[in-house]
Design a protein around this ligand. Structure first.
Ligand code: GLC
Length: 528
């Protein structure tokens, strides 16, 4: 391994005193599909370490690793058989330690996935007679709760060995832990400490909303679910936070699918639970300006004054951004994600504009049909690197995109018009400009179909949501700093600004913007 270059991409102006997890983007790595160093067709930790320079050059602040723990892989590692080790397919604990130290040497923080709601049915706890109360066992299915995976059906499975039934919110191979059992909570806190002591900077908490369920196992009712988000959950997150606070500057972000943003806010506004909550409302919303505006305004308002937003438009559970929106809008979405006030979470491959890869039936593995968004990353053109496209020299566990000759990291690195170039520009600018990180955000009314907002006094973002040209009214002149259209001239703009089809532009204001934006610096204003 070459001596790491300690300078991250783009100078990081540090005049805003904010913690690392508010400073920059978090890049999600799905280890199976990121980079395979040992040639078995499955990505691994050494593959990640070998690609850390790519992440540094991209300009992200942190990487988040989806599970790499020993697992029978019924749910690709979200069925954990040992929380404190590395699955041999992904490497060893020594490989993990090396990854962390090489990441830290490049100024990158490391976040790992913590899967506290359920274990694998192969976890020793599940068969330990002394730990019966660690899971939810009943003589009969206690209610009509359903698995989150539609094809699984009931959340109860009969165990052949004991004749009893156990609860599982996902696959039958993923029995739910019983968080009403204090020994479960204590054991899971020890798991956190194990990784914190190894130097991890934070956790993404898998299905965080499932850590509290009605202990009486009551039926779900219209408007009130008993199998998630039960009031017992909040003391649990406060206790988790106390464990993190035993260490310096560690972070927890929760995966929370809840009916409303108000429900979501309850996990982050008191300041003593989660640092951030993944907001899926944008990801699940149609690409309609009014819907986006409303969702963003509501979320920022709910979080005022102290809680910090986290935004994501893709992950390993959803059809890819470029497939959902198309290639042009995916560029506008990138500008949105990286310029909103809050921490952007980027799913591996979205920075290449990678689309879902259709899966031939013999490859389709996932019970919930999520294989297309999990296809491996094409690093190099197959004409140079062979059919593994630089992901593997073996046979990839899932097919690589048929477009790998064009859609690959090496080619896009050389092409200033590429999606990768756009992500780099946006992330580099964000690193250089405190206003884009911690600056206030104010939504403006610029005209139909254009989402417009300011960041601090310096920047104005205009995002068109439609394929026809639009004009946007702006309160003060500004220079185009970045456009999603690489052919757009970087000229000064005065109101009204012409926007091309699906175009997003980021303007640097050239006159005193504070007065033009309406006097006193707004924090977050929801002008819907
Ligand atoms: C989360 C993960 C998903 C997994 C599920 C069960 O939603 O993101 O991939 O299947 O939890 O662990």
């Amino acid at each position: 391994m070459s001596v790491p270059d300690t300078e991250p991409a783009g100078a990081l102006a540090t005049d805003d005193q904010i913690p690392w997890w508010q400073r920059g983007a978090v890049y999600q790595i799905y280890p199976r599909s990121f980079a395979d160093a040992d040639g078995d067709g499955v990505g691994d930790l050494r593959g990640v370490t070998n690609r850390l320079d790519y992440l540094r050059d991209l300009g992200v602040e942190a990487l988040w690793l989806s599970p790499f723990f020993p697992s029978p892989m019924a749910d690709n590692g979200y069925d954990v058989a040992d929380y404190c080790d590395v699955d041999p397919r992904f490497g060893t604990l020594a490989d993990f330690d090396e990854l962390v130290s090489e990441a830290h040497a490049r100024g990158l923080h490391v976040v790992i996935d913590w899967v506290p709601n359920h274990t694998s049915d192969q976890h020793p706890w599940f068969r330990d007679p002394g730990k019966k109360s660690w899971y939810v066992w009943r003589d009969e299915p206690a209610n009509a709760w359903r698995s989150e995976f539609k094809r699984v059906g009931s959340a109860w499975t009969r165990d052949e060995q004991t004749g009893q039934w156990y609860l599982h919110s996902f696959l039958p191979q993923q029995p739910d832990l019983n968080w009403d059992e204090p020994r479960v909570e204590a054991a899971m806190h020890e798991v956190l400490r194990f990784w914190l002591q190894r130097g991890v900077d934070g956790f993404r908490i898998d299905v965080a909303f499932k850590l509290g369920k009605d202990p009486a196992l009551g039926e779900n009712e219209p408007g009130r679910r008993h199998d998630q988000d039960w009031p017992t959950i909040h003391p649990r997150f406060r206790a988790i936070r106390r464990v993190l606070d035993e260490f310096d500057e560690r972070m927890a972000v929760g995966e929370l699918y809840l009916p409303s943003q108000r429900d979501l806010a309850a996990y982050v506004t008191s300041g003593d639970e989660l640092h951030m909550a993944h907001n899926f409302f944008l990801l699940l919303a149609p690409w309609v300006e009014a819907t986006y505006r409303h969702t963003i305004a509501e979320w920022l308002e709910l979080l005022e004054p102290d809680a910090w937003p986290a935004w994501c438009l893709g992950n390993h559970d959803h059809s890819r951004l470029a497939s959902r929106l198309g290639p042009e809008r995916a560029r506008t979405a990138a500008m949105l994600l990286i310029t909103l006030r809050g921490t952007p979470f980027i799913y591996q491959g979205d920075e290449l504009g990678l689309e879902d890869v259709p899966m031939p039936p013999e490859f389709a593995k996932d019970i919930d049909g999520r294989d297309p968004e999990r296809a491996p990353i094409p690093w190099r053109p197959p004409s140079q690197a062979g059919p593994g496209a630089g992901f593997t020299c073996g046979s990839p566990w899932l097919p690589i995109t048929a477009d790998a000759e064009e859609v690959n990291a090496a080619r896009q690195s050389e092409d200033p018009r590429s999606m990768l170039a756009l992500y780099r520009q946006l992330l580099t600018l964000r690193r250089a400009e405190p206003a884009l990180r911690s600056g206030s955000m104010r939504l403006l009314d610029a005209g139909p179909d254009v989402l417009a907002y300011t960041r601090g006094d310096e920047f104005l973002v205009l995002l068109s949501f439609v394929t026809e040209p639009r004009v946007a009214a702006i309160p003060a002149p500004g220079m185009i700093e970045i456009s999603t259209n690489p052919d757009r001239e970087k000229s000064e703009q005065r109101s009204p600004v012409q926007l091309g089809p699906d175009e997003g532009v980021l303007l640097r204001m050239t006159s005193n913007a504070t007065s033009s934006f309406g006097g006193s610096p707004p924090s977050i204003s929801a002008s819907t």
